[in-house]
Design a protein around this ligand. Structure first.
Ligand code: NAP
Length: 239
C-alpha cells in the first residue's frame, strides 16, 4: 500500500515503539494523530515531525484506560485528520509480581490499559474505517501473549486477551477491506522494559524500537488485499 498522505492514529506515541513508528510513518508522508498521557512528549515529537517532514501532526493527551477520554480524543483526531487509515494500538504498561502479592487495583489497571484501552480506541476508530471500507489496525501484543510465566499473570492475561480480540475482530472486518494484525515482540530496549527490570546487559545488543517500527512499516506496505495475522519479532542476541 502506498503510504504517502494516508492518516494514522498512534497510541503511546510519546516514547519507545510508538514514537519510533511515528517517525517511520512521518518519513513516508503519513499524517499523524498522536495519543499518550504526557503532553510534553507529544508536543516535542509534533514539533520535530512537522519541521522535518512537513506532514500534519495533531496530538491529544488522553488516558486510553478511560473510555470518555478515548472517545473525545479519537473523535477530535479523526475530525482534524479527515480520516483514519491506520490505527496502531501500541500504548501499554507492564508490571510483574506474584499473583498473591499484587494488589487487585494494580492487576486491574494493567488489564484496563492493555486490554480495555485497546478495545476503547478500536471501538472509537472502527466506524470511520467501516465507512471508508478500508483500514489497517495493528495491535502490539507481546511474546507474553503467547506463553505465561511466573510473575506475569496480569501482563500475560492482558496480552493473551489482545490476541483474542485481534483475531476475532479480524474475522469480523476482513470483508470490509480492513486488515487487523497483532505483533508479538520479545523484549525491546524501551523505558517499559527498563522499568519492568527486563533490560539486562548491553543495550546495543537488544532489539530496538526502530526495529519494531520497520516491521510495522513493512506490514503496512503490503497490498491492502493481504495482511499478516500475527507476527513475532525476536532478536538474534538474546540476553
Ligand atoms: N518493551 C518491550 O520489551 C515490549 C515487548 C513486547 C511488547 N511491548 C508492548 O509494546 C507497547 C509499547 O511499549 P514500549 O516498550 O514502547 O513502552 P514505553 O517506552 O513505556 O512507551 C509506552 C507509551 O505508552 C503510553 N501509555 C502508557 N499508558 C498509557 C495510557 N494509559 N494512556 C495513554 N498512553 C499510555 C506512554 O506514555 P504516557 O506514560 O505519557 O501515557 C508511552 O508513550 C506496549 O503495549 C508493550 O506492552 C513492549
Amino acid at each position: 500500500m502506498e503510504l504517502k498522505n494516508k492518516t494514522a492514529i498512534i497510541t503511546g506515541a510519546g516514547k519507545g515503539i510508538g514514537k519510533a513508528t511515528a517517525i517511520a510513518l512521518a518519513k513516508e508522508g503519513v499524517h499523524l494523530g498522536l495519543v499518550a498521557r504526557n503532553s510534553a512528549d507529544l508536543e516535542s515529537l509534533q514539533a520535530l515531525l512537522t519541521d522535518t517532514y512537513g506532514i500534519k501532526v495533531y496530538y491529544i493527551s488522553a488516558d486510553i484506560s478511560n473510555k470518555t477520554q478515548v472517545d473525545q480524543a479519537v473523535k477530535t483526531l479523526i475530525e482534524k485528520l479527515g480520516s483514519v487509515d491506520i490505527l496502531l494500538n501500541n500504548a501499554g504498561v507492564a508490571q510483574f509480581g506474584l499473583l498473591v502479592d499484587m494488589e487487585p487495583e494494580q492487576w486491574e489497571s494493567i488489564i484496563q490499559t492493555n486490554l480495555m484501552g485497546t478495545y476503547y480506541v478500536t471501538r472509537a476508530a472502527l466506524p470511520t474505517m467501516l465507512k471508508q471500507n478500508e483500514g489497517t489496525i495493528i495491535n502490539i501484543a507481546s511474546t507474553a501473549g503467547e506463553r505465561g510465566f511466573a510473575t506475569g499473570s496480569a501482563y500475560c492475561a492482558s496480552k493473551f486477551a489482545v490476541l483474542g480480540l485481534t483475531e476475532s475482530l479480524m474475522q469480523e472486518v476482513r470483508k470490509s477491506n480492513i486488515r487487523v494484525t497483532a505483533l508479538t515482540p520479545s523484549t525491546v530496549n524501551t523505558e517499559l522494559a527498563v522499568n519492568a527490570g527486563l533490560k539486562i546487559g548491553d543495550e546495543d545488543r537488544m532489539m530496538q524500537s526502530e526495529d519494531v517500527a520497520e516491521l510495522i512499516l513493512a506490514t503496512l506496505k503490503l497490498p491492502q488485499r493481504v495482511f499478516i495475522k500475527t507476527a513475532g519479532i525476536w532478536t538474534t542476541n538474546p540476553q
